[in-house]
Write a protein that binds this ligand. Structure first.
Ligand code: DAK
Length: 264
């Protein structure tokens, strides 16, 4: 692929948006290749993904302004739909996706990070939704996901003012979970991803589904979703072995071992 790199390290997949000349801005080709990369992830091997940007300056500097500048209404709508479809795919992807934000996360860059499950960033990261300064609205889910993540009041302030915020402020408002020196970002992302990948995959996937789907419905409906997914874990190898291991530990601490979950 021209704009997307993909590597697998154990049970962790790393997808890198690689268009450094334009600070990894998203044009149609990048979006198409990104979709293909997600479609190609082998879920029998990979249990957690990391999404990052190439280079030391930018995660994603937004949608491609040059490409958008001449779009017709119909083309703009189609471009927005393409982005939204892919961002929804990431949000609903069966396994967790960690955004390792290594610099600019502006416009579509901030929006793609918000479609991931977990956001961590480097100290040089910069976040913002500058769209109203360009004569458009955040079109890749920004008005929806930012408000859900940081609350409507803060989201409205950031979107109406088009003000960028640094990593420390992003952490303060809950947009990112952790901030690291740039050199430590990928090691931290890989460590977190490997930790997630070492847990029972069926249960981790069910947690993602329960949280995502539960946030869209009433608490009663959310609890019903949780109940069903909880029940589905039983009789799996992972549930039997995970619990048996705990009981062995009580019986004889020397019998403790790391459970090799099988995803079955
Ligand atoms: N698009 C295209 N090229 C970009 C770009 C972008 N978003 N951001 C940077 N580049 C390119 C620059 O043009 C420059 O290219 P050359 O001139 O070297 O050919 C190269 O990357 C390096 O950029 P700079 O020279 O500007 O680098 P600096 O370090 O000085 O500044 C910067 C970095 C990130 C602060 C600056 O480049 C900047 O402000 N970039 C724009 C950031 C931005 O406004 N991003 C939001 C874009 S709007 C929709 C769906 C989605 C969206 C819209 C509609 N529909 C529903 C239709 C999403 C919109 C957005 O994301």
């Amino acid at each position: 692929m021209g704009f997307i790199d993909y590597e697998v390290d154990g049970a962790v997949g790393i997808i890198t948006i690689n268009r450094p000349k334009a600070l990894n801005a998203l044009n149609e080709d990048v979006l198409n290749e990104l979709e293909q990369a997600f479609d190609a992830v082998d879920l029998s091997v990979v249990r957690c993904l990391i999404l990052t940007g190439a280079g030391e300056k930018s995660f994603v500097a937004g949608a491609d302004i040059g490409a958008m500048s001449t779009m017709t209404k119909a083309e703009g709508t189609a471009f927005g739909k393409k982005g939204n479809d892919i961002f929804l795919k990431i949000e609903k992807f069966p396994i967790p996706v960690i955004a390792a934000i290594n610099g600019f996360a502006l416009g579509g860059g901030c929006e793609i990070s918000m479609s991931c499950d977990i956001r961590i960033c480097s100290e040089n990261a910069l976040f913002g939704q500058p769209e109203v300064g360009l004569g458009i609205t955040p079109g890749f889910g920004g008005t929806q996901r930012l408000a859900r993540l940081v609350g409507a009041g803060m989201a409205k302030q950031l979107i109406y003012t088009a003000r960028n915020i640094d990593a420390a402020e992003a952490k303060r408002i809950g947009l990112v979970n952790e901030v690291y020196p740039l050199a430590d970002l990928m090691p931290a992302a890989k460590k977190m991803a490997a930790g997630i990948a070492g847990n029972a995959p069926i249960a981790v996937r069910a947690c993602k589904k329960a949280i995502n789907e539960g946030l869209q419905v009433s608490i009663d409906e959310g609890v019903a979703i949780e109940e069903e997914l909880f029940g589905n874990c039983f009789e799996s190898y992972d549930q039997r072995e995970g619990m048996a291991n705990f009981l062995r530990k009580k019986d004889d601490p020397k019998k403790v071992r790391k459970v090799a979950f099988k995803n079955e």
